[in-house]
Ligand binder design. Structure first.
Ligand code: DAH
Length: 344
């Protein structure tokens, strides 16, 4: 019996199947229900107690050897037949493909652009680093006038005898560039990033985004302004959204107004988004001050125009009920992925 087991052990150790059929033949020969091992165990039953003591262990080890060899070969054969001679295992599950999402400010910007494009407005852009003329003086902010303090400015260069250079505090500077460079009529919106020297909190940030609008032509009136903005709000927040204009002051418009809309969250009933007034302010606007037109080389006797400017974060806050400005710039995916299902 020992000699037989030794012979089979050698056979098993040397066994190397070329394919699955050979391996199956091996299994049937040694481990099958009518296999050799079964026979050996049958034979074992018939030997005397002395031999039982010796062979019990030998036989069990032999059986384990055959089983181990079989499962080792089987494993090797499966991955090799599926993927011969290659390191890549195509049976592994693939890496997931994550689809990104648009930033809420991009969604809002694209929607605003879409609405104004349908009204014949083009999109224009200007530099974020601006000189005093384009950010202030041309827009009728007198030198040393307190109106300049309306916006806390990040100056890059400031001093006697030099032109002040700053990060633009609003996109109204793009109006000036546009009017200086072209001839009326102008009908454009100007989205972009603006900067102010503010402490960062839920309600204020040192940078944010605005969309400026400008319409200059012969016979443009305040009623054109009202109708344009009314239409814009119906498109953006849905039919039935109420608007109201309140007199205000901006150096570059006369008359000036601020526009409120009925709160999109509580529909005017009162909530903490509208501080229980039912109204939320969304933009500043007015008729372009004749001084601004003249500063840009446009005949203010012949042309009139309206302008408006709105904060994109404010528009997004109302649309998506976002209450903390910091979320827009923190790149927290838990926040950003909520916009995955929005239109692209
Ligand atoms: N530039 C203003 C601001 O940053 C917004 C603004 C108000 C723009 C009235 C305009 C306007 O064009 O007519 O607060």
């Amino acid at each position: 019996m020992q000699a037989q087991i030794d012979q089979y052990t050698n056979e098993i150790n040397a066994f190397s199947p070329a394919n699955a059929d050979e391996l199956e033949a091996f299994r049937i020969k040694f481990l099958g229900t009518k296999g050799l091992i079964k026979d050996l165990f049958e034979e074992f039953k018939t030997v005397g107690p002395e031999e039982k003591r010796v062979f019990g262990k030998v036989l069990n080890q032999f059986k384990q050897l055959a089983e181990a060899k079989y499962s080792e070969l089987k494993e090797g054969l499966t991955s090799e037949t599926v993927n011969p001679k290659s390191e890549i295992d195509l049976t592994l599950p693939g890496d997931g493909f994550e689809i990104g999402s648009r930033h809420p400010l991009s969604l809002v910007r694209n929607e605003i652009i879409d609405i104004f494009k349908r009204l014949g407005f083009v999109v224009a852009e200007g530099p974020e680093i601006e000189d005093d003329w384009h950010n202030f003086s041309a827009l009728n902010f007198p030198e040393e006038h307190p109106a300049r303090d309306m916006q806390d400015t990040f100056f890059i260069r400031k001093g006697e005898g030099t032109d002040d250079i700053a990060l633009r505090t609003h996109t109204s500077s793009v109006q000036v560039r546009m009017m200086e460079q072209g001839k009326p009529p102008f009908r454009a919106i100007m989205p972009g990033r603006v900067y102010r020297n503010e402490a960062i909190s839920a309600r204020a940030h040192c940078f944010f985004h605005q969309v400026e609008g400008l319409y200059v032509d012969e016979n443009v009136s305040f009623s054109d302004l009202k109708q344009t903005l009314y239409h814009f709000v119906q498109e953006l927040y849905g039919e039935g959204t109420q608007v109201r204009f309140r007199p205000s002051y901006f150096p570059f418009t006369e008359p000036s107004a601020e526009m409120d809309i009925s709160c999109t969250i509580c529909k005017g009933a009162g909530c903490n988004m509208c501080k229980y007034s039912g109204w939320v302010e969304i933009l500043g606007c007015g008729m372009v001050d004749p001084n601004v037109l003249e500063n840009c080389g446009i005949d203010s006797k012949k042309y009139t125009g309206f302008a408006f400017g709105m904060g994109m974060e404010r528009i997004a806050n109302l649309k998506y009920v976002i209450r903390d400005l910091r979320l827009f710039s923190e790149n927290d995916v838990r926040f950003l992925k909520q916009f995955q299902s929005e239109i692209i």
